[in-house]
Structure formats: structure tokens, C-alpha cells
Design a protein around this ligand. Structure first.
Ligand code: SAM
Length: 261
């Protein structure tokens, strides 16, 4: 298992891509924003896991997982709260959540190899009751809804680098998030591509900042700052247009995250 330090573990640095010829949002399109890239990554990691038992990259390092779980403990999030890990990758964060006692957790990823890898890792850990699904978060199934907590570690970053209309995809991400998260539910995002101020702007519609989590600071050449932003948003009740954000569910369909509150 590669243990990134609590900087961005090397992986985050690779995702930062504001150089070159930026689009209007300042990001240069990158392979990191494509499904082909992630399929190739997780096919390789799946093979490595099968051969050597190595679970692969933990984005933003082990400390990024501890930081989120510490926040959940501090705020006494019930262990049966429904938690969704958006773009779960190898699912190692799901394993951590389960080890801390969370019992209603779901991981989604649009890469089938990522979900297969997560399943293999979860099985090896002897854990059960973790739900895994291949889902494109930009087009989520109606069943994916009713979550009390949504986690994003590097997925919004990846989507922001998509070469094909990333601005629209980011808007779609916010809409999907509004759909799957309960009113008053929490969204915990860790990002190396966006600053706090930029994230506040991206999630200004239907969400409000609840807390900023401490991340390591750097100091270089007389300037200082954070290499990673970690924020907790809370979903508000109404959009600025006065509409409720949660959508009704088709008759008889039980939302996946519905058992809490
Ligand atoms: C930087 S990796 C982070 C993986 C994991 N969250 C972690 O912290 O180790 C980004 C993940 O987002 C997934 N992803 C990107 N776009 C997605 C989308 N539209 N729907 C679902 N998953 C997506 C990728 O397949 C990849 O697993």
C-alpha cells in the first residue's frame, strides 16, 4: 500500500494541472479527467492486488482519512448514518469507515475495475455490509439518494480536469450532490485543485460552509498556504430559487441511504 504523507501524497500533485493552455476556469484538460484513464489505473491496480496484495494509492495520504473520521466522531455522527463515498477508487476509505464502526456505507465509482478492486479488498479484510456500485456520479441512478453524509476525496478534482466541457460537468456534479444528499446532510470534500474560496463558489448554490478542516500548511519563497483544502458543507433546505432540492422517488423505490433520520 502506498502511504502518501499528509501533503497530497504525490498523487495530488499529479492532479494539479493549471499550467499549459488553460480553459476559462484556469485548468488544462488532462487524462486524469477521463474514465479511460481511471479504468487503466484500476485494471493495473487490480492486477497488482491479485499478485502482491498491494491495495494501491491512497489519495492525499492516510491522514486525509483520519481527518474525516475524526470530524465525524467530533460531531457524533451516528454509526448507522448513511455514508456515500463518491469515486471510491480502491475503497480503502470504506474499509476505514467500517473499522471505525460505520455500518451503512456505500461506495460508488464509474470504473468497474475500481469497484472490483474495492470488492476484493473489502473481502480480504473480512468485512461485509459495504455496498458497492458502478455509478457515474454525473448521471446517478434514482436509487442513489437519501444520504446523510457524502464524501469526496479527489473525485471533483478529477472531474474538473475532464477535457470535454468540464464546466458543465462541475455544474452537473453539484446537481447530483443536491439530489443524493439529504437536506441538512453533510458533504466533506478534500481537494488539491481548488482553494477554499473557489470551492465556496462552486458549491454556493444549495450548500453552506459548515467547517474548514485543518490541513498541512506550506511556506515557500515568502508565501504560505495550504496544498490541500478540506471543507465540510451542509445542504440547505432551499435553493436560491426557492425550490426544494430533493427529488421524489418513483413509487416503491427505496433510496439507498434512507435509513438515517
Ligand atoms: C483521484 S481518484 C480518488 C479515489 C479515492 N476517492 C481516494 O481518495 O483514494 C478519483 C476517483 O474518482 C472516480 N471518478 C471520476 N469521475 C467519476 C464519476 N463521474 N463518477 C464516479 N466516479 C468518478 C475515478 O474513477 C477515481 O476512482
Amino acid at each position: 500500500m502506498s502511504e502518501g504523507a499528509d501533503d497530497d501524497g504525490g498523487a495530488g500533485a499529479a492532479a494539479r494541472s493549471r499550467g499549459g493552455s488553460p480553459r476559462g476556469d484556469g485548468f488544462s484538460p488532462s487524462a486524469l479527467g477521463t474514465r479511460e484513464h481511471w479504468d487503466a489505473v484500476y485494471e493495473r491496480e487490480l492486477q497488482t492486488f491479485q499478485e502482491y496484495g498491494d491495495t494501491g494509492e491512497i489519495w492525499f495520504g492516510e491522514e486525509s482519512m483520519t481527518r474525516l473520521i475524526r470530524w465525524m466522531q467530533k460531531h457524533k455522527i451516528p454509526l448507522d448514518a448513511s455514508v456515500l463515498d463518491i469515486g471510491t477508487g480502491n475503497g480503502v476509505f470504506l474499509v476505514e469507515l467500517a473499522k471505525f464502526g460505520f455500518s451503512n456505507i456505500t461506495g460508488i465509482d464509474y470504473s468497474p475495475s475500481a469497484i472490483q478492486l474495492s470488492g476484493n479488498i473489502i473481502e480480504k479484510e473480512g468485512l461485509s455490509n459495504i455496498k458497492l456500485k458502478v455509478e457515474d456520479f454525473l448521471n446517478p441512478s434514482t436509487k442513489l439518494s437519501g444520504f446523510h453524509i457524502c464524501i469526496d476525496k479527489g473525485t471533483f478534482d478529477a472531474i474538473s480536469l475532464n477535457p470535454d466541457n468540464a464546466i458543465e460537468k462541475r455544474k452537473q456534479y453539484v446537481k447530483s450532490l443536491s439530489r443524493v444528499l439529504k437536506v441538512k446532510g453533510f458533504f466533506l470534500i478534500t481537494s488539491c485543485n481548488w482553494t477554499k474560496e473557489e470551492l465556496l463558489n462552486e458549491f454556493s448554490e444549495g450548500f453552506e460552509l459548515f467547517e474548514e478542516l485543518r490541513t498541512p500548511r506550506f511556506s515557500f519563497g515568502g508565501r504560505s498556504g495550504n496544498s490541500v483544502a478540506a471543507l465540510v458543507f451542509q445542504k440547505t433546505e432551499l435553493t436560491t430559487l426557492g425550490h426544494f432540492l430533493e427529488e421524489p422517488h418513483p413509487e416503491g423505490e427505496q433510496p439507498m441511504g434512507s435509513c438515517f433520520c
